[in-house]
Design a protein around this ligand. Sequence first.
Ligand code: ATP
Length: 187
Amino acid sequence: MKIGLFGGTFDPVHPGHVHALVEAYIALGLDKIICIPAKQSPLKVDMPSSDHHRLKMLEYAVGNYDFIEIDTWEMSQKGVSYTYDTAVHLKTKYPNDTLYFLIGTDQYRSFEKWYRHDELLKMLSFVVMDRYSDSVVQDERFITISQPVLEISSTVIRQRIRNGTEVRHQLDPEVYQYIKENHLYEA
Ligand code: ATP
């Protein structure tokens, strides 16, 4: 099988993520995609919302796609989530499948800071979901797929909620409802 892996904090998950995933699924002819919510990203300073909330929102956002799964392995581990450890785990779990790790352009730009990034590149095929209109990828070790990108960001969503600015249009309706009910990201 050809399996796409998609790691992130998903705090909260937004349609930019889902759009990117489904476009990658089509472009690469994948059999399935596994979303891997991080416990704590090594490169992010702020503590994320609880695992429980982030997982619930992810379930709402991708639950209707039969080719998308959620793997909670990183959340079940202690401390910072290094993709290197996850890659070791998944290579053992899926020894006979081809694994593609999907990243957005922001993660491509910070890739040199990733723990054991040179080894990671040998373990998995890294795919950058590059901008259709304005390509940023130069490094030939990465597979590049060109697709339209929805300019939505979790950071901006969190800031907007804190400031009381409208965000409903940038969220899946069920995720929006969940955020409201649980008073997430409010000041
Ligand atoms: P934050 O603003 O908190 O950094 P984020 O919106 O970038 O969050 P993450 O959960 O950190 O979301 O991202 C997970 C993955 O999704 C990363 O590979 C990131 O590059 C990618 N990504 C994030 N936003 C988009 C988007 N709008 N379109 C395509 N890919 C995206």
